[in-house]
Design a protein around this ligand. Structure first.
Ligand SMILES: Cc1ncc(C[n+]2csc(CCOP(=O)(O)OP(=O)(O)O)c2C)c(N)n1
Length: 681
């Protein structure tokens, strides 16, 4: 590359872009780790985007009508940090840049949502950002249709690398965006032909232009170092009626000895080479020093948005009061006052009627009362709408000509759905929930983990949650998925036992501001166990005494979901023999763990034998069996010890020994001192 020619042709642009490159080199060198090449390669594209197109206001970074900028290639985090620092975001000081990747800094190795304003989503796991962006763009469409173009009219810009485009989830995202003609989504592909192992061609020969076009995108191809071409492409992209991918041909680690090589991908820390690169840029200041005129040019770009934002505020104030309140409430992740009342009324009715229902069907009934009072919910399913029971009558379907529809047919794209739901939640103003089979938690998992990490309240509706789904067999029968979900920090895993607990779980999932929820729901019908109405949300305590022992308490049965009914039947058997037995329903371990000692002790006192029953693997249960005043030789587990099988549900429960009689026998054995190790212990 002829750097001199670039610098001479557009000196002002060159200086601004060089500031990004120089800060990147300095921060990575100071940290002695990180990724220099990508920010150096995409500095020109990012400079033009921020200078000429992006609508943002660093003084009000969360202004709802800002354009969203998503750095999907999260390893290039210094690109984002440099931009936030240069344009004047308060959170992003020079000290933060100097503390890149260090303990306590906002400048983590990869951009972390919540660490600094201006970071719209957590990226680093490649492909997530571009998949989030579909949700961002859908949220914009839905909100524009709801509140009008006057107050919602913004773009979603993404920088994605070869790695993002190679990840499978990008295919789900690209085809969704194309199908829904998300014309305000603009992806800038860092087309540098380099990944870690070498040139992209080592492992891929996809024609990305044809790939995007075939999915319904417009594609532009430019030299990613030519500011005029970048500007023209962005101008054109914004006018289109399809999502646009701009293929930006760039040189990784531009101007460095490692340019155009996979070495340029990582940390470029050699002091001499660093100085040589700066020399080639014509950059004369010392480490972390941006010349005053360059910094003020960048700050002027940052300051420009304030006027646009103020004009927006004036327009927003002209909305009817009710609309403004709903808009602000939803952005604040507050629920409407009515929610609690409709849930209570629903619970009362249900306890009286005591229906036998699969909890997936219970969930639909709950949603029928929630969705009309919460206009911010957006539901969906990954091609299992009829099985997940996620669609209610009033939602309408989100589509090209019905942007205010609140139901998304995600297609067979569990991962893309989960990532896009996260994008919706991050965009703000929307409460997304989406369904698939519990077993396919695996397919959605990378995004479920990020929802937890980002502290966003995405709701994952996972039905067919055990061998109870029956004939579909072991491929579809989750056994380890409750344990996997429970192992994830900051995740509430709800496994309700009946329609009442399902309503309580939904209320908790939708009132959560910073914790995602997994609703583990059955395919098979369950009796109502909560036949006595309580206005209080008992699920909020995580576990509670559903039925106490008659006479001396000698056994405690702990159960979740479909197995609560089995525990209740076992209690009847034991009571018939004079063995006082308490049943504890445990719809949410995490919430129980959060209760104070006194409450946990009241629910799980020491002394009686304990048997847990759950149609999943034992992993994790020892916390409640041996811990909390329990003892190993006085506890047992009835559940799965292997994968399931294909047969009717009742037969499976019998064959795998998850029956009331097996639970009762385990209690008798323990009371007789006949403890036996479980197959997994
Ligand atoms: C899901 C996932 N897999 C692997 C990685 C490790 N990783 C980080 S960057 C990278 C290569 C990315 O190549 P590209 O997107 O072309 O970035 P560039 O080399 O241009 O910086 C890999 C494999 C990751 N961050 N996420």
């Amino acid at each position: 590359m002829d750097l001199k020619a670039l610098a001479t042709a557009h000196p002002d642009h060159w200086a601004k872009a060089t500031a990004i490159r120089a800060l990147t080199l300095d921060a990575v060198a100071a940290a002695n780790s990180g990724h220099s090449g990508m920010p150096m390669g995409m500095a020109d594209v990012a400079t033009v985007l921020f200078e000429k197109h992006l609508k943002f206001d660093p003084s009000q970074p969360n202004w709802p009508d800002r354009d969203r900028f998503i750095l999907s290639a999260g390893h290039g985090s210094m690109l984002l940090y440099a931009l936030l620092y240069l344009t004047g975001y308060e959170d992003m000081t020079l000290d933060e840049i100097k503390a890149f990747r260090q303990w306590g800094s906002r400048t983590a190795g990869h951009p972390e949502y919540g660490h600094a304003a201006g970071i719209e989503t957590t990226t680093g796991p490649l492909g997530q950002g571009i998949a989030n962006s579909v949700g961002f763009a859908m949220a914009e469409e839905i909100q524009r249709a709801t509140y009008g173009k006057k107050v919602v009219d913004h773009y979603t810009y993404v920088i994605a690398g070869d790695g993002c485009l190679m990840e499978g989830v990008s295919q789900e995202a690209i085809t969704l965006a194309g199908r829904h003609r998300l014309s305000k989504l603009i992806v800038l592909w860092d087309n540098n032909n380099i990944t870690i192992d070498g040139p992209v061609t080592l492992a891929d020969r996809t024609d990305q232009v044809m790939r995007f076009k075939s999915a319904g995108w417009a594609v532009l191809e430019i030299d990613g170092h030519d500011p005029e071409a970048i500007d023209a492409a962005l101008t054109q992209a914004k006018k289109g009626n399809k999502p646009t991918m701009v293929a930006c041909k760039t040189h990784i680690a531009l101007g460095h000895a490692a340019q155009d090589t996979s070495k340029g991908h990582g940390a470029l820390t050699d002091a001499d080479q660093l100085l040589a690169a700066k020399e080639a840029y014509g950059w004369k200041t010392g480490p972390f020093e941006v010349p005053a005129e360059v910094k003020s040019a960048w700050e002027a770009i940052g300051a420009r948005g304030a006027e646009t934002r103020r004009a927006w505020e004036e327009r927003f104030d002209t909305l009817p009061r009710g609309k403004r309140e709903t808009f602000n409430r939803a952005y604040a992740r507050e629920v409407p006052k009515k929610l609690s009342a409709v849930i209570k009324a629903f619970k009362k009715q249900t306890s009286e009627a005591a229906p036998k229902l699969a909890t997936r069907a219970s969930s639909e009934k709950v949603l029928e009362v929630i969705n009309p009072v919460m206009p911010e919910t957006v539901g969906g399913s990954a091609d299992l709408t009829g099985s997940n029971n996620t669609k209610t009558a009033d939602l309408g379907v989100f589509d090209v000509d019905s942007r205010n529809g609140r139901y998304v047919y995600w297609g067979v794209r569990e991962h893309g759905m989960a990532a896009a739901m996260n994008g919706m939640a991050l965009h703000g103003g929307i409460r997304p929930y989406g369904g698939t089979f519990m077993c396919f938690t695996d397919y959605a998992r990378p995004s479920m983990r990020l929802a937890a990490l980002m502290k966003i309240p995405t709701v994952f509706v996972m039905t067919h949650d055990s061998i109870g789904l029956g004939e579909d067999g072991p491929t579809h029968q989750p056994v380890e998925h409750l344990a996997i979900s429970r192992a994830t920090p900051n995740t509430h895993v709800f496994r309700p036992a009946d329609t009442v607990e399902t309503a309580e779980a939904w209320e908790l999932a939708l009132t959560s501001k910073d914790t995602p929820s997994v609703l583990s729901l059955t395919r098979q019908g369950l009796s109502t166990v909560r036949t006595e109405h309580k206005t209080k949300n008992l699920t909020a305590q995580g576990a509670y005494v559903l039925a106490d022992a008659e006479g001396k308490r000698r056994a405690i049965l702990l159960a979740t979901g479909s197995e609560v009914e089995i525990a209740m039947a076992a209690r009847d058997l034991l009571h018939a023999e004079g063995i006082g037995t308490r049943v504890v329903s445990m719809p949410c371990w995490e919430l129980f763990e959060a209760q104070d000692d006194a409450y946990r002790k009241r629910v799980l006192p020491g002394g009686p034998v304990r048997v847990a029953v759950e149609a999943g693997i034992r992993f994790g249960w020892d916390r409640w069996l041996f811990g909390e005043r329990g003892r190993r030789e006085k506890s047992g587990f009835i559940g799965m010890h292997e994968f399931g099988a294909s047969a009717p549900a009742a037969k499976l429960y019998e064959e795998f020994g998850i029956t009331a009689e097996a639970v009762a026998q385990k209690v008798r054995d323990l009371l007789d001192g006949k403890w036996a190790p479980s197959p997994l212990v």
